[in-house]
Design a protein around this ligand. Structure first.
Ligand code: HEC
Ligand code: HEC
Ligand code: HEC
Ligand code: HEC
Ligand code: HEC
Length: 448
């Protein structure tokens, strides 16, 4: 008896697994659905007003319409696909994550955001709440299996709604759900986005802390106007575009090796940088665009300011982690149809500052921000979750340094997009404005 129940259960599990595996996911799902099968976010607004308003302020509601997305998609990716047809399917694939219902409806490339088509709904309520599971062993490249309809999956069992059916989904509560779009492999087989994979190998996965706990924190309230109060998952999805979320991600402390130094000596400063806040690396996601850098200055007793370059550590690829006067991103010349394009400044931050990044290289070995054109990755000098890095600054005192106190200031900045690239492509300044992550200070007494 027990055995037969068990085999029925096993058979049932197997069949749902096989059945799910038969439903299209990833590239093969292109054009398998229609826009009309998905409800508009406005259809959810009347009963879920708080969640709706939170979502409109999150980047996922603008994943297709946001200026930088429009520029990179239409001016670089789509154009690259025209110059080199090998990249045309890749450009279609952008929509699999940025506007899933356009992709699933086969509407690629979708109309421009200014045409106000349904593609503008971006990553909408109904996109996420009709994801059944994912296809394959590891979620990546829009591998989600979409099953639109009356049934909306959620995180709680036994709820009833006049507008739809609901069912609890274990999958929705897992980091793998987010991994469908937060892991990306390019045509060269390179992981060009790996937020979920970074999380998976870090301490938070081991302690059972999924993405949701930091990006959809729970608070007491109503999840629908007519619902009983409960702990409700807030749809904040705040990340790199929220200066408050980025602030304090890394904690900084700085000290000198000696508190008192002779006027002709050398001051050695150590800066400790602790990542206490992210569940993945920092920066993560669009790592090809992002830049994080440490700027250290000294101010002597007369108020004169000096900029201190970081000490080299000597690891392979370190040249990409120290700001310098070099050109890069020459491959933008391909979609821009400018074969003589010399590139733009690689960093756009003060020379000598330490940069925490992982460079992406095109097939010619030049740094690129076109993640789909990445043939290899360079040194990974980012902050792992809960990792601490130490940077040293040795400063040979200038001959005219006055007696008295020298004050030191260390500032860590984050920028969504390397500024020279943003300027070249005409991306609005908000994308290239430095965000202060944290700062620290210390002092040394100079004596004659
Ligand atoms: C007419 C009102 C109404 C509309 C419109 C509506 N819902 Fe709901 N929804 C509810 C109610 C009521 C609940 C149950 C709340 C409870 O009891 O905690 C609910 C629950 C949910 C849940 C939670 C399910 C779970 O098991 O945790 C999800 C997800 C959801 N709705 C998604 C949507 C989406 C997506 C839309 C728009 C396509 C939508 N709802 C439109 C009333 C509505
Ligand atoms: C990026 C995917 C995503 C989008 C977009 C999204 N949700 Fe959700 N939603 C989730 C996940 C994941 C959960 C479960 C959270 C958890 O497990 O803590 C959830 C939970 C919910 C719940 C139940 C909350 C609770 O704790 O009772 C409701 C209701 C809901 N969503 C409605 C909506 C509505 C309405 C929209 C659009 C305005 C929306 N969601 C947009 C992923 C999404
Ligand atoms: C259907 C694809 C999809 C799914 C599923 C998805 N995301 Fe996203 N997410 C995106 C895209 C696309 C962006 C980029 C938006 C943009 O263009 O800036 C994004 C951006 C974000 C951001 C960045 C916000 C910022 O300020 O830069 C956060 C945080 C985020 N998602 C969290 C999550 C979490 C947590 C989950 C799982 C509960 C999830 N996402 C599931 C597609 C998805
Ligand atoms: C322990 C808390 C924590 C967990 C767990 C966590 N994150 Fe984050 N996440 C953060 C913080 C803090 C930031 C802001 C700093 C930054 O930009 O990295 C962030 C930023 C992001 C960003 C924006 C990155 C950028 O530079 O634009 C995305 C996307 C994101 N998280 C997705 C995820 C996904 C997907 C998961 C699960 C696989 C996850 N996060 C797990 C704390 C967390
Ligand atoms: C596997 C899903 C996926 C695919 C495919 C994908 N993206 Fe994204 N994209 C994301 C996610 C998730 C983010 C947010 C990461 C973060 O916040 O750091 C993002 C971020 C971006 C950003 C930065 C947004 C910002 O405001 O900083 C741009 C631009 C962008 N994608 C363009 C593209 C283009 C163009 C393509 C196609 C060549 C593409 N994406 C393919 C998931 C995807």
């Amino acid at each position: 008896m027990k055995n037969s129940i068990l085999s029925v259960i096993i058979l049932f599990c197997l069949s749902t697994l096989i059945f799910s595996q038969d439903l299209p996911g990833g590239e093969e799902a292109l054009g398998t659905k229609k826009y009309e099968q998905y409800e508009k976010p406005e259809a959810c607004k009347s009963c879920h007003p708080d969640i709706y308003q939170q979502w409109t302020q999150a980047m996922m509601s603008q994943a297709y319409t946001h200026h930088w997305d429009e520029i990179e998609y239409f001016d670089l990716a789509v154009e690259h696909g025209k110059v080199d047809p090998k990249f045309a399917p890749v450009a279609d694939g952008c929509n699999g994550c940025h506007t899933p219902i356009a992709f699933l409806s086969g509407d690629v490339p979708p109309p421009r955001p200014s045409e106000n088509s349904r593609a503008n709904e971006s990553v909408s309520c109904d996109v996420c709440h009709t994801i059944k599971s994912f296809k394959g062993d590891e979620p990546f490249n829009f591998s989600y299996i979409s099953q639109p309809g009356r049934l909306k999956w959620g995180n709680k069992p036994g709820l009833t709604s006049p507008h739809h059916d609901t069912e609890e989904s274990d999958f929705m509560k897992q980091a793998e759900f987010c991994g469908n779009c937060h892991n990306e492999k390019d045509p060269f087989g390179i992981w060009v986005k790996s937020t979920h994979l970074e999380w998976k190998e870090g301490p938070y996965a081991k302690q059972g802390v999924p993405c949701h706990q930091c990006h959809m924190p729970k608070a007491w309230g109503k999840n629908a106007t007519m619902a009983e109060k409960s702990m409700v998952s807030q749809h904040l999805f705040h990340g790199g575009h929220d200066a408050g979320k980025v602030a304090g991600t890394i904690e900084l402390r700085m000290h000198p090796e000696e508190r008192e130094v002779e006027y002709d000596g050398t001051i050695v400063l150590k800066v400790q940088l602790f990542n206490g806040k992210t569940g993945h690396k920092f920066p993560t996601g669009s790592v090809e665009d992002r830049i994080v850098w440490l700027h250290v200055t000294a101010t002597d007793a007369n108020g004169k300011e000096y900029h201190l370059p970081v000490d080299k550590k000597g690891f392979d690829g370190e040249e990409y982690t120290i700001a310098a006067d070099v050109l890069a991103y020459q491959d933008m010349g391909i979609p821009k149809r400018d074969p003589n394009f010399k590139g733009v400044q690689r960093d756009g931050v003060p020379f000598g500052d330490r940069i925490f990044r992982m460079p992406y290289f095109d097939p010619q070995g030049r740094m690129t921000i076109m993640q789909w054109n990445t043939a290899s990755l360079g040194v990974d000098y980012r902050f792992g979750p809960r990792e601490t890095k130490i940077e040293t600054f040795s400063w040979v005192l200038p001959g005219d340094i006055p007696e008295g106190k020298v004050n030191f200031k260390a500032k860590l900045f984050y920028q969504l997009l390397v500024k020279p690239v943003g300027d070249y492509l005409g991306v609005p300044e908000e994308e290239t404005t430095p965000i202060l992550v944290n700062s620290a200070s210390t002092w040394v007494e100079i004596y004659e």
